[in-house]
Design a protein around this ligand. Sequence first.
Ligand SMILES: Cc1ncc(C[n+]2csc(CCOP(=O)(O)OP(=O)(O)O)c2C)c(N)n1
Length: 401
Amino acid sequence: MRRPSDLGAARRSRAGSAGVADGTGGPPGEADPWPIFRVMAEDGSADPAAVTLADAELKELYRRMVFSRQLDERMIALQRQGRIGFYIGAIGEEATVLGTAAAMEPADWIFPCYREHAAALLRGMPLPVFLAQMLGNAGDLQFGRQMPCHEAWAPGHFTSISAPIGTQIPQAVGAAWASRIRKEPMVSLVYFGEGATSSNDFHTGLNFAGVHKVPTVFACRNNGWAISLPREKQTASETIAQKAVAYGIAGERVDGNDLLAVHAATRRARARAAAGEGPTLLECVTYRLEGHSTSDDPKAYRPSEAVEPWRKKDPIPRLRAHLAGRGLHSDAEEAALQAEVKEEIQKAVRDAEAHAAKPPLESMFEGVYAEMLWQQREQLEEVRAAVAADPRTADPRHHGS
Ligand SMILES: Cc1ncc(C[n+]2csc(CCOP(=O)(O)OP(=O)(O)O)c2C)c(N)n1
């Protein structure tokens, strides 16, 4: 990891370098100032001394990675069948999402981007509540006001998914700064893609956090693409991690498909933040294996040959190979796990769809202000009258509570 004290040296080394970068952040013939931190080789092998997670934790995180993959696949299928309106997932990025989230403490707050559903579930969000948000039914804590995939789970300190790019970054910094003032031991973790590192909010958040040594971990999922824009066209910076230099904070590149490395790097970043040593920008190098969302067709701009090398680096088989190599996971256990996860998701979807009640009509107007304004009361009456007069809404489920 580059700490502020040795960032100047890194920068000079980069500035004085000649030759063509090889795309991994280092020019030929020179020590790479932004090496990728890795614990597990691509075949899953690792130095046992470098493994910082206990066997049971590792197995649990593997199960969650499998769960995340299956949930994403199932939700995409539901969207294709017209059963939910929209989905955006994390296929290929599971190690980045879970490795970071699992390294935080329960009191810490997570400020997600929009691919971190596995982190919401890790923080205790019940699957039925997640699915209710997906369907916008009466079980949805947000009363169907948000697009699908915009869950929030306050009991687990998981704020609402943030679709406007980068806005969650200064929010995470503000929350951590407030905790610091109150002397609470909270560190915030904020997620964003590499595209968001070109946003105003990235600058605002990292600048403030750098100046005030705010306890925030900035987790960039560098998945190579901002919808159809490849990383190379997003920023002229050779790496995302080196953007930390400008803010005087620590930066580190991590193999985002290596759960062990992501977890260890996040633990270090959290420890630094908690000790008052300031924030860290973690660049988790990973890849978006599928489309941006269900509204996207990557075939329009990305040849499948570009994806193939990354399929071979899939974080799930890699961790499976690691576990198998250490005698912690067998083929029979894998088959049982896949079947068990499939059944759990299928059953939860069945139950969620059977719960067909819609959110009450009133919920459109409640909760906007502490008390409804006369304008809202008037609008509510208007909607009630319109619904009552419309034969298409004779279904009592449309009539609210
Ligand atoms: C302020 C704003 N501008 C544009 C968009 C449209 N948009 C949605 S996702 C996205 C790309 C984001 O890419 P990146 O930050 O790399 O995250 P990734 O989707 O790859 O995880 C854009 C431009 C938006 N949501 N918000």
